[in-house]
Design a protein around this ligand. Structure first.
Ligand code: 1HN
Length: 345
């Protein structure tokens, strides 16, 4: 492609006149906004290690009372986006949140969608629109856009979870805001038990308003399904399941997609390059991850991020299974007609 003229090729006087009229020449920036063949992501291949996060998060528990934090979170920021911008990728926000015994993170609702993936500790719960969701290791809990949610803790040990939000995107489009709320009355324990059995009460009318029929995806159920797939002789592809809306079979949220992947002992999975950034979080096991030129060795509770179109190898380096939680931007990109997958070469 032709090299284009730069700002330096223009007289200062001319640039001054442009600025006075709020005008900008396109050609010096054209190759930046429209790079050849693939995007030039700011997102860098990055890893965050739980051994670094945990002591600092527990110290935050001593330094800042929950009343002064509302949500006690250390944000996993991608240096490629500038730490202060609190982005893992252009769309995804990641944070590790700490709730101590007896603490309460008050009810609110906001426009960004959130999920929580429970990392450590027992006894905490999230109430979403009156549905009390217990939080156990590996569980996925949805708190979709516009729904009231709060966190409480009846147990006796610190609980830590990973928050994933589409905050960077929602903030960028100037659509991000919150409303404070009142303590919620718990009205139910959710619908997961009937979806798992393939049945619903005959009085069940959720299908007419099926956006978020299920808030908690229990890890013990997901793990069982992953192992069943691993044993299925007909199943050739990677052992990966998508978290979906059980009423519609569609992605469980509108913007970020979520899945769980199991690597058998010593298995390597080569992912095809795709048009969205991805986040990998180790639910359990040992993972060596190669992303283009970078490599990271991850253990339980570690998290990493890969930019779009990376060549990614997921390598289980141990003789135990490795379980990953994966987040990507595919639902958003599919809706916009921008999603693509390429061949590995
Ligand atoms: C939020 O509402 C929670 O409810 C956690 O636990 C992290 C980060 C940014 C904006 C809202 C929560 C958040 C958040």
């Amino acid at each position: 492609m032709e090299q284009l003229a730069t700002l330096d090729d223009l007289p200062k006087r001319y640039l001054g006149q442009l600025e006075e009229s709020n005008l900008v020449p396109l050609w010096p920036s054209l190759r930046n906004v429209l790079p050849p063949h693939k995007p030039m992501p700011q997102t860098l291949a990055t890893a965050w290690y739980f051994k670094d996060i945990k002591p600092l998060l527990l110290e935050a528990g001593e330094l800042t009372p929950i009343e002064k934090a509302e949500r006690r979170v250390l944000v996993l920021a991608n240096p490629g986006h500038g730490l202060e911008n609190m982005k893992a990728s252009s769309v995804m926000y990641l944070g590790m949140q700490l709730l101590l015994p007896k603490e309460w993170a008050p009810s609110h609702r906001h426009t960004p969608n959130a999920v929580r993936l429970i990392v450590e500790g027992e006894g905490a719960y999230t109430t979403v629109e009156g549905q009390k969701c217990v939080m156990e290791h590996g569980d996925l809990i949805l708190t979709p856009s516009g729904l009231w949610h709060e966190h409480g803790h009846d147990g006796d040990e610190p609980v830590i979870w990973l928050d994933v939000l589409d905050l960077p995107l929602v903030y960028y489009i100037e659509a991000s805001y919150v409303q404070p709320g009142e303590l919620q009355k718990v009205v139910s324990a959710g619908n997961a038990h009937f979806y798992g059995a393939g049945i619903v009460p005959t009085t069940h009318f959720i299908r007419e308003n099926a956006s978020y029929p299920m808030m908690r995806y229990a890890w013990k159920d997901t793990k069982k399904v992953l192992h069943a797939l691993a044993e299925d002789q007909n199943h050739q592809a990677p052992i990966q399941v998508a978290y979906v809306n059980p009423e519609t079979g569609q992605d469980c949220q509108n913007i970020i997609g979520y899945s769980a992947l199991m690597l058998r002992p010593n298995e390597t999975v080569q992912l095809q390059p795709r048009s969205t950034a991805q986040v990998f979080h180790v639910i359990d096991g040992q993972l060596h991850i190669k992303m283009d030129q970078k490599e990271f060795s991850l253990s339980k509770a570690d998290t990493s991020c890969a930019p779009c179109f990376s060549h990614i190898d997921l390598i289980n380096t141990s003789d135990q299974p490795c379980y990953l939680f994966i987040a990507d931007e595919a639902p958003l990109q599919r809706k916009l007609g921008l999603y693509s997958v390429r061949e590995r070469h």
